[in-house]
Design a protein around this ligand. Structure first.
Ligand SMILES: [Zn+2]
Length: 163
């Protein structure tokens, strides 16, 4: 199973509203295996389909004991507030503090197309929201005040040039 190339900001696919997943068969399972391999290889805790160049509402995650595939994800409830460091494989893992809800309830379909709901708090809740955002064409830097967003982008571009 191949490791896929991870798309990087500002590639267009990262800013697009994802298309719904409609086929729940062996191809989807194989795709999710590739996504897991790609995510583990990059030492990430979540990876969404746009990050491998696919305009699809789909993500995989393995974060704080929650490992799941989410097709057509939605955040249906949130509570509280947390402020913490966040980074993204598509923005070179440059970290920035993002304020988000402390708890989040995810609704999504699994590999068989069955709807499920899962609640998380802390870092895993952050992951739910970060990956669901990817399916909507939103990056974590879009949650930052302009000045800090510019700083993250600048540092990302600088680090890319060193490679
Ligand atoms: Zn990301």
């Amino acid at each position: 199973m191949p490791i896929r190339r991870i798309t990087e900001y500002p590639e267009e696919v990262l800013g697009k509203l994802g298309q719904p997943v409609t086929e729940f068969g062996p191809e989807l399972a194989a795709l999710c295996n590739d996504m897991y391999e790609t995510m583990y290889d990059a030492e990430g805790v979540g990876l969404a389909a746009p990050q491998i160049g696919l305009n699809l509402r789909l993500f995989v995650m393995d974060c704080n004991g929650i490992k799941l595939v989410a097709a057509n994800p939605e955040i249906i409830a949130t509570d509280g507030e947390q402020s913490g460091q966040e980074g993204c494989l598509s923005v070179g893992k440059v970290p920035a503090v993002v304020v988000r809800p402390a708890k989040a309830r995810l609704r999504a379909q699994d590999l068989k197309g069955e709807w499920f709901e899962q609640e998380a708090e802390g870092y895993a809740a952050r992951c739910f929201m970060h990956e669901t955002d990817h399916c909507n064409g939103t990056l974590f830097i879009d949650h930052l005040p302009k000045l800090r967003r510019d700083m993250v982008v600048k540092r990302f571009k600088k680090e890319k040039n060193w490679k």
